[in-house]
Design a binder for this molecule. Sequence first.
Ligand code: FMN
Length: 201
Amino acid sequence: MTRSKTGNMKSMLPMNPALNILAVSGSLRKGSSTTLLLQALQHLAPENLQLEIWENLDTLPHFNPDLDREGEMNVQAVQDWREKVQKADGVLICTPEYAAGLPGSFKNALDWLVGSGDMADKPVAAVAASPYPTSAEHAHTSLMLTLGMLEARVPAENQLKIGLLSKKLNAQAEITDPELNTELQRVLSALQQTILQAQPV
Ligand SMILES: Cc1cc2nc3c(=O)[nH]c(=O)nc-3n(C[C@H](O)[C@H](O)[C@H](O)COP(=O)(O)O)c2cc1C
């Protein structure tokens, strides 16, 4: 290794590049609390985790296997979604619960990834949140079943169910509940670990 004039070898070491995290909200709503939660996570994330919030959920067509034959996919929105997932070091999902399950439009987005295999082995953090005390249990269960089918890497430390979200997050995307703050930092750190463990040495 070359030494700098000051003899500081540390300054000669290459910096670890920031990890690129695709942050996906399961809600289409303009005033979505789940998207606000992703913004709060953007503020909480350490410098080396760059969260990009994906905003094109509503551009995807209804999943139809007829459009998804090998080598024939020419729907631009689907290609873009798959490429975003493929290029991300990790994916951070925050979803609400609707009618005791995942929002249909978000499940639709996940369905488009079944045939492409872009989620296979992808480090993922899965957060389900509800304004009610029930903690979006059903959405979480459904999400985990689908992520299992997609063969994503979602260890238990990367998962979180949140109840009473509206009492723990303000309109400025600040977490007002210290316990939730700690849990979200734990999820971010666990996602980072999953990515580092998945990368070849
Ligand atoms: C039709 C409908 C069904 C809902 N079903 C559930 C449900 O089963 N469980 C739950 O926890 N919340 C349920 N909710 C509440 C939503 O999850 C809540 O409004 C949430 O804030 C929506 O997410 P968003 O703020 O990110 O858009 C439902 C809301 C609506 C309008």
